[in-house]
Design a protein around this ligand. Structure first.
Ligand code: NAD
Length: 299
């Protein structure tokens, strides 16, 4: 492994997890955020992650304390990246914020430093020029709750150097991820390129009143052997996120079916506090949803 020193920029939900995951696997990690308040929050998040990792990996206090001790915190970008081999960017999903960040980063980081973005919806080619080093820039996309949802989608843009791509794949594996290489830029990476149209298809069957969620899920589960149907997955994703996606599509396409679907999700679910698993109810009621019943697939 060529990389030893990692800098994570942005210590919110994902940044703090990426930092802790990397430190847990033995890397020296510098966390960069914009001010002392954000750094104080980052320390709190890291404290909480100690307990999460200890329970999930059934490990000792010493191991998680050691991981914690490999974290350092800075609000100065030049100091934070002084000897970095890799900078992982996990700052807000806002184009001007990211563009400005990459312009600054490109100026202060050493020439050797590789930059990766954890962006979920923006493409690396949008920022390649701002980095000043397009060949050393690509996407490394993690999922929330990284310790258990350990996918790392590694995606090139047309200017990414092949060796850099391979190094980042090796790094992802070194921190316990299953690395999933994408050789071409693809909005939504692999997972959302599959999942978003799949969930939409299920939701459209519902809004057209073709069948109810349980029947649709049952069909998918029996037909493919999958452990969850689309509506059970929507409960995990959260109805609010599903609504935001549908709403954006309704606005962009003016399609009546998407407009009806957005209305249905809002009035029947969001307004009634049925936001999915996080609130105990969405399309199903938790903790004992109907699809978990032993006879669900039998009748
Ligand atoms: P978040 O809002 O929880 O955290 C963002 C952090 O960035 C905050 O700590 C904030 O202080 C900091 N920040 C703001 N401006 C900054 C700047 N100019 N420089 C450095 N830090 C700055 O966001 P998040 O949910 O962790 O998302 C971060 C990125 O990760 C986004 O690109 C998002 O698409 C991606 N992502 C998020 C998830 C998720 O489930 N939340 C999953 C995969 C990828």
């Amino acid at each position: 492994m060529n990389y030893k020193k990692i800098t994570v920029a942005g210590s919110g939900v994902l940044g703090s997890q990426i930092a802790f995951q990397s430190a847990f696997h033995g890397f020296d990690v510098t966390i960069y955020d914009i001010n002392e308040e954000a750094i104080a929050k980052a320390k709190e998040r890291a404290e909480k992650l100690k307990a999460t990792y200890k329970a999930f990996f059934k490990t000792t206090d010493t191991q998680v304390e050691e991981a914690f001790s490999r974290l350092t915190f800075f609000t100065d970008l030049a100091q934070a990246t002084e000897d970095a081999d890799l900078v992982i960017e996990a700052i807000p999903e806002v184009v001007p914020i990211k563009t400005e960040f990459y312009e600054q980063l490109g100026e202060v980081a050493p020439e050797k430093t590789v930059f990766v973005t954890n962006s979920s919806t923006l493409l690396p080619s949008q920022f390649a020029e701002a980095t000043g080093r397009p060949q050393k820039f690509l996407a490394l996309h993690f999922a929330n709750e990284i310790w258990k949802n350990n996918t790392a989608e590694v995606m090139k843009h047309p200017g990414t150097d092949e060796n850099v791509f391979n190094e980042v794949i090796a790094f992802a594996r070194a921190i316990g991820m299953v690395a999933l290489p994408l050789h071409k830029e693809q909005p939504g990476y692999i997972l959302n390129s599959l999942l978003v149209p799949f969930l939409e298809a299920a939701e459209l069957l519902l809004v057209k009143e073709v069948a109810d969620p349980e029947t649709i899920d049952k069909t998918w589960m029996i037909g493919t052997g999958a452990p969850l149907g689309p509506f059970a997955i929507l409960d995990v994703v959260g109805i609010r996120t599903a609504y935001n996606i549908v709403e954006a599509k309704a606005a962009a396409t003016n399609r009546e079916d998407f407009q009806q679907l957005a209305k249905l999700l809002k009035t029947e679910y969001i307004d009634k506090g049925k936001l999915g698993r996080e609130t105990g109810e969405g399309f199903y009621k938790y903790p004992n949803p109907a699809f978990m019943a032993s006879d669900f697939l039998k009748k």
